[in-house]
Write a protein that binds this ligand. Structure first.
Ligand SMILES: Nc1ncnc2c1ncn2[C@@H]1O[C@H](COP(=O)(O)OP(=O)(O)O)[C@@H](O)[C@H]1O
Ligand SMILES: O=P(O)(O)OC[C@H]1O[C@](O)(COP(=O)(O)O)[C@@H](O)[C@@H]1O
Ligand SMILES: [Mg+2]
Length: 532
């Protein structure tokens, strides 16, 4: 049990022939990640133990004070960067009150002193709430090999009594980056409404992501309650989105030239890396600018958070595709339905959509390797399903089974790897397999990905966007910068951006949810016995 985490992890990795490599491709961060090959699935539970230890490097568990030291370092890591860290800034009483008596049209009047609707800077929420007994418990996320209980507190989100901007003087801007995601318009709307509640009058949208900061001919979009009133009724982003264009210095020049005081950046992991770099550059230039990010990713791949907005809608919308695939498969003679869902490297949409539909026989995700051929492969299982129940439905995440395809090596404008189409490949392989077996099968392939992403948010995501949008504005007025906001264990919190770009959230094959998915589909392990 006595170990320095990184050393023990490397030892285990080598002992079992796992591939240990420095991966700097994700988010351009030079963090270490374990890449587990399909041959080593017997070490899955150890892998997650290793991963847990790896996230907390340099702890000497032999030191009786290791827990205190860990907590000190945790508090430092999760401390929220603030304007006052590097600038002489003075707070003033907030202009945000839900008890003010002045009508909304002209901003706010003085709040009543007695109102208790504010969050104290020392309020905290617990990041982890399960006490695991052993690293082998399903989904265990332990710090030390004994899985000691360590309370990890993060900062509560919400309006503060003191604010660091004069709302009358503030120019606030919103930018939406990366791919689309249901809820972007709800979020833009909520940010604008909340800014106006503080009394901000200059609010603009930057068009087409970071590109809007430098591309000639793209002008700011003036925003107000009137402009955003109904935008939540449609999907997409009122401001437009784009990939690429992340020259930090140019972007900050543009922020400076435009006189932006508060910048809301909505996007995924790449966008967050950019937002953090912009925040750092603003500090370097001693600019009084608050950079507040809000996680936007349909893939749900941002760590530490219960879920990101748009994910729920995606799962719900995927039901329509799955149901169509089921009907087609069920109505055909030896029908096989195949649905591909988004998820570049995380299979959350595919897993949740499969569980929720109850119509999926095989769910394939990037985190769980599988073989197509052989007695334990997917194809033979499909034949078994056709023979026993007449039809079958497969749900596959876009990032699954990439090892079965030729690598394209192409990247998009943001540097993300362009994936080869696993859906088309599997469809071809199913056709080939059944033809060779001289066994009739009718395959119908549905790829609803962009139809899902362009949807408007469902009710649950609309609520989440409302909370996130309001908290983003409260965070800015509270003087924070370089933070993001999300929901942890049902509580709304602020996190330093640095902590959410450290790694990527992926489905844990040892988690209860994946086990529930397997129980529900009834699928076997699609690997040969030597590798499973
Ligand atoms: N490491 C990075 N540093 C700075 N900007 C980045 C970084 N990665 C991506 N970006 C920028 O963030 C924006 C969105 O990134 P992208 O990966 O396309 O989407 P997402 O934010 O959803 O992951 C793009 O404009 C891209 O240029
Ligand atoms: O075709 P595009 O716009 O590049 O987007 C495809 C990608 O968008 C995603 O939804 C993720 O988008 P983000 O990077 O914006 O989070 C992936 O699931 C998918 O691979
Ligand atoms: Mg991304």
């Amino acid at each position: 049990m006595v170990s320095t985490s990184s050393i023990s992890a490397v030892g285990l990795v080598n002992q079992h022939g796992l591939n240990w490599k420095a991966d700097s491709s994700l988010f351009n961060l030079n963090y270490l990640s374990l890449i587990i090959s399909g041959r080593n699935r017997e070490f899955e539970s150890r892998k997650f133990h290793i991963r847990a230890l790896m996230a907390k490097p340099d702890i000497d568990f032999a030191d009786p004070k290791w827990k205190n030291k860990f907590l000190e370092s945790f508090d430092r890591r999760f401390d929220l960067p603030h304007l006052r860290d590097s600038l002489e800034v003075k707070p003033r009483p907030t202009t945000f009150s839900l008890k003010s008596r002045v009508p909304l049209v002209d901003g706010n009047g003085a709040p009543e002193d007695t109102w208790n609707g504010y969050v104290n800077d020392d309020d905290r929420a617990l990041l982890k709430v399960i006490k695991f007994t052993s690293p082998s418990s399903a989904g265990a996320d332990c710090i030390d090999p004994d899985c000691s209980w360590v309370e990890q507190w993060v900062h509560r989100a919400g309006p503060r009594k003191l604010i660091y901007y004069e709302p009358d003087d503030v120019k606030a801007a919103i930018v939406t980056c990366g791919g689309l995601c249901p809820g972007l318009n709800d979020l833009i709307r909520q940010i604008v409404l909340t800014l106006e509640k503080y009394g901000v009058k200059k609010i603009v949208g930057i068009p087409f992501g970071y590109r809007g900061f430098f591309e000639e001919g793209l002008s700011e979009i003036p925003l107000s309650r009137r402009v955003v009133e109904n935008i939540n009724l449609a999907g997409g982003s009122l401001l437009g989105v784009s990939r690429g264009g992340g020259n930090i210095s140019e972007n900050v020049d543009s922020i400076q030239a435009r006189g932006i005081d508060i910048l809301f950046i909505l996007g995924g992991n790449g966008t967050h890396a950019g937002a953090n770099a912009i925040h750092n550059e603003c500090r370097k230039r001693s600019m009084k600018v608050s950079v507040i990010a809000v996680p936007k990713t349909i893939d749900n791949d941002i760590p530490l958070m219960d879920k990101t907005f748009g994910f729920d809608t995606a799962v719900e919308e995927a039901q329509r595709a799955i149901n169509s695939a089921y009907i087609e498969a069920h109505s055909a003679y030896h029908g096989i339905g195949l649905v591909k869902l988004m998820g570049r490297s995380s299979g959350f949409i595919a897993m949740h959509a499969s569980v929720s539909s109850g119509q999926i026989d095989v769910c394939l995700i990037p985190e769980v390797p599988f073989t197509l051929e052989g007695p334990h492969g997917v194809l033979q299982h499909l034949e078994h399903l056709i023979r026993t129940k007449g039809s079958s439905v497969v749900c596959i995440a876009e990032g699954a089974g990439q090892d079965l395809l030729q690598k394209s090596y192409a990247t998009d404008a943001s540097g993300n790897v362009v994936l080869s189409d696993i859906g088309v490949h599997i469809q071809q392989q199913i056709r080939r397999y059944f033809k060779e077996a001289d066994f009739p099968a009718d395959v119908k392939y549905i790829d609803p990905t962009y139809m899902i992403r362009a949807c408007r948010a469902n009710a649950s995501d609309a609520i989440l966007c409302t909370v996130l949008g309001q908290n983003a504005v409260h965070g800015a007025f509270a003087g924070f910068s370089g933070i993001t906001t999300g929901i942890c264990n049902t509580h709304n919190v602020y996190l330093p951006i640095t902590e959410v770009i450290r790694t990527q959230r992926r489905v844990d094959p040892n988690s209860r949810m994946w086990h529930r998915c397997l129980t529900s589909t009834g699928q076997p392990h699609f690997t040969t016995p030597s590798s499973s």
